[in-house]
Write a protein that binds this ligand. Structure first.
Ligand code: HEC
Length: 123
């Protein structure tokens, strides 16, 4: 019985890993070859920070940030990532951001999503 349980756990773990891998690969494949959205080398500095600078920092700069959310520095973005992710994806239970603006482009949302799933590196 114990051996059976161990085997079950091991295969569940392996399945999770392989499914996670597939899902991730597919996301990148989806945008490979697309000249308009390059997600091949997503970094905080080149891919994520410019989106916040263009669409968020006018209201969420260090100093007197709306809603207490700061988007102009790495540490604050990471600390508030759950709410930021909910807001920009217009998820239930979160205020839709950017306020009074259109939803971010699919490309920008993909880059932020990839950055989050790669571990939110300060790169
Ligand atoms: C025109 C100003 C403005 C812009 C631009 C803007 N926000 Fe906001 N944001 C606000 C205000 C004001 C609040 C607080 C609203 C409240 O508390 O009622 C807020 C709240 C938030 C919250 C908290 C939401 C929640 O449900 O807890 C997050 C996260 C957020 N903004 C992220 C962003 C991000 C990310 C961007 C850029 C994509 C952005 N905002 C762009 C004005 C703005």
């Amino acid at each position: 019985m114990k051996i059976f349980l161990k085997a079950l756990l091991a295969s569940a773990f392996a399945l999770t890993l392989s499914l996670g891998g597939c899902y991730y690969d597919n996301e990148e494949d989806l945008y490979l070859g697309s000249s308009s959205c390059d997600t091949s080398n997503v970094t905080y500095t080149l891919s994520v920070a410019p989106v916040f600078a263009g669409y968020c920092n006018s209201c969420h700069a260090t100093g007197s940030p709306s809603g207490g959310i700061v988007t102009d520095n790495y540490e604050s973005v990471v600390a508030n990532i759950t709410r930021i992710k909910g807001s920009i994806n217009h998820e239930n239970g979160y205020l839709a951001m950017p306020q009074n603006g259109g939803k971010l482009s699919t490309c920008d949302l993909s880059k932020i999503d990839i950055w989050i799933r790669k571990g939110m590196l300060n790169d």
